[in-house]
Design a protein around this ligand. Structure first.
Ligand SMILES: [Zn+2]
Length: 229
C-alpha cells in the first residue's frame, strides 16, 4: 500500500526548510494537510568546530531534523544521505527524488529556488534544479525510469511547486499565527543556530519584510509555479 502525503518538502540540508518554509508547513498541518520531508544531505560539513567529525555531525543533524519535524507535525522524514557540499545533477539523484514523488504522490512540492543569480550554496542550487526536473517530466512519464514501475511506483503529476529563498517572489504565505512554531522548529537545529544571538528578532524582521504590501504581519515568500498540463 502506498502512503501518500499532500505536500513534499525537499530540503538540501537539515534546517533549510525551517528557514524557508516552516511557518507555511505549520499552517498546512493545522489545515489538516499531511507533509513529508525529503532531506538530501544530512549536513555533515556544516560546522566550524574543528573537533567535530562528519559522521557524528550528520547523526546530530538528523536528530535535530526529526525534532523539528515533530514540532511542526510533519508525518514522515526521508533521509537520502548524500554527502554535504557534494550534490550533483545526476540521473541517480534525480531518480531518488522521482521515487519519493511517486511514492508519496504530493499535490505540492516545496524546495529551494535554484535561480539565485550570484552567491548561492551549490547544494541548494542543485537540489532545487533536480527537484524541478524530477517533477517534470520524470515523475510524470511512465517511460522515465521504467524500473520504478516495476517497484510499483506509478507516474504522478504534481500540481504546484513552491520555491523558497527566491529573488522573484510571486506569493506570500501568511505565517502570523505560526511564526512561533517556525521559531521553535528552527531552534531544534541547535548545532546550527545554538549560538545565534537575536534569532527571533532577525527572523521576525525578515518575516515582516516579506509581508510588506499584504494585509497580514508576517510572511514567507515563494516563487509559486502552478502546473496545468
Ligand atoms: Zn543548506
Amino acid at each position: 500500500m502506498i502512503e501518500t502525503a499532500q505536500v513534499m518538502v525537499v530540503t538540501p540540508h537539515p534546517d533549510d526548510a525551517e528557514f524557508g518554509a516552516a511557518g507555511t508547513v505549520a499552517r498546512w498541518v493545522r489545515e489538516g494537510k499531511s507533509i513529508v520531508y525529503v532531506v538530501c544531505s544530512s549536513g555533515d560539513k556544516g560546522t566550524s568546530d574543528r573537533n567535530m567529525n562528519p559522521e557524528e555531525l550528520a547523526r546530530i543533524r538528523e536528530q535535530e531534523q526529526l525534532a523539528a519535524a515533530k514540532v511542526l507535525g510533519v508525518k514522515d522524514v526521508v533521509f537520502l544521505h548524500y554527502t554535504d557540499q557534494a550534490l550533483e545533477d545526476t540521473p541517480e539523484f534525480r531518480k531518488d527524488i522521482v521515487r519519493q514523488i511517486r511514492r508519496y504522490q504530493p499535490e505540492i512540492i516545496v524546495a529551494a529556488d535554484p535561480y539565485r543569480r550570484y552567491l548561492w550554496h551549490r547544494d541548494h542550487r542543485i537540489a532545487g534544479q533536480v527537484t524541478l526536473d524530477a517533477v517534470f517530466p520524470y515523475a510524470r512519464d511512465h517511460l522515465a525510469y521504467p524500473d520504478l514501475l516495476e517497484e510499483g511506483l506509478e507516474p504522478h503529476r504534481v500540481r504546484e511547486v513552491w520555491l523558497w529563498a527566491t529573488e522573484d517572489p510571486n506569493h506570500r504565505s501568511d505565517i502570523t499565527d505560526t511564526f512561533d512554531i517556525k521559531l521553535a522548529a528552527l531552534r531544534c537545529h541547535k548545532s546550527q543556530v545554538g549560538d545565534f544571538p537575536g534569532l527571533e528578532q532577525w527572523l521576525r524582521r525578515r518575516a515582516r519584510d516579506m509581508a510588506k504590501g499584504e494585509n497580514f504581519e508576517l510572511a514567507e515568500a515563494f516563487h509559486r509555479v502552478e502546473i496545468w498540463w
